[in-house]
Design a protein around this ligand. Structure first.
Ligand code: GUN
Length: 281
């Protein structure tokens, strides 16, 4: 049993399977189409979008990046969404977050056709998840669940503590884990005595963006540690929430940053694009 959960390796295995689904679609003359809308010049967003495009190409998915200036109006973005909702060659629509201040983000995700909502940010798809009638699963949370499953770590009956309550990671992940029979505790930056909760976790999942938040005395002996956090240290390197070297010996399994959850998020996005295509034809 590998102690380090290798997200890069697991995502490569998943991509191999996805490639065969793309080939099956190609035999019917269909190429999955993904529209990625990027507004403004946010550095991290530009890197995320480039990575998404690279993997889409690798799998034979037609990805179109639509770059718009940061002063783009709500009306203009809505028009673009309607255009792609109606476009039969586009099966998935992704609006990269964060959006500039003048844009009503909630309204935009309401307008994306729920069948093309490959991020699973549309209220209909989130609602479906709540009642265990899932159409799409949000990419980072399902990426975490796949990592656990592929590492033979059972979820049912486990006490899973999530640190982070965002709409795109913490909250949906909690619902999905509840659907799988876990006992879930959700903590956040206001939680008093975080250690009291984190040290009870069979599986501890951190998604805060605070480097070195999780050290050995925050965790239980032999806990599974999943690090979704992303930030940069003083040297400019990408780091997670977990003090990896400090926690390593005490954990039974641990995800590295980079090379843990990150590659899974993109693989799951591509899986959603292929699923959306299969459902639309
Ligand atoms: N910005 C940061 N993460 C994400 C994501 O998963 N999807 C989108 N659309 N934007 C993001």
């Amino acid at each position: 049993m590998e102690k380090i959960i290798d997200g890069k390796k697991i995502s490569e295995e998943i991509k191999k399977k996805l490639k065969s689904r793309v080939l099956a679609l190609a035999k019917k003359g269909i190429k999955p189409g993904l529209a990625v809308i990027l507004i403004g010049n946010d550095n991290a967003s530009q890197i995320y979008v480039k990575n998404k495009e690279r993997v889409a190409k690798e799998l034979g998915i037609n990805s179109q990046i639509i770059k718009m200036p940061s002063e783009t109006s709500q009306k203009k973005l809505e028009k673009l969404i309607f255009q792609y909702n109606a476009d039969k060659k586009i099966h998935g629509i992704l609006v990269q977050l964060p959006l500039p201040k003048q844009i009503d983000t909630k309204k935009i995700f309401n307008l994306i056709d729920s069948k093309k909502d490959v991020d699973c940010f549309n209220p209909e798809n989130i609602g479906r998840m709540m009642v265990n009638d899932t159409r799409f699963s949000p990419c980072t949370p399902i990426g975490v669940i796949e990592l656990l499953k592929k590492s033979d770590i059972s979820i049912e009956g486990k006490h899973i503590v999530i640190i982070g309550r965002s709409n795109i990671v913490g909250k949906p992940l909690a619902i999905m884990l509840i659907n799988l029979g876990a006992t879930v505790t959700i903590c956040n930056s206001k939680t008093k005595n975080l250690q009291k909760f984190s040290s009870q976790a069979d599986i501890l999942i951190s998604a805060t963006g605070h480097a070195k938040l999780i050290c050995a005395d925050m965790i239980k002996q032999n806990a599974v540690i999943v690090d979704i956090g992303v930030s940069r240290n003083a040297k400019g390197d990408l780091v997670g929430d977990v003090d990896y070297a400090n926690v390593y010996n005490k954990a039974s399994h641990i995800t590295p940053v980079p090379g843990g959850v990150g590659p899974m998020t993109i693989a799951m996005l591509m899986k959603n694009v292929i699923l959306a295509t299969e459902n639309q034809i």
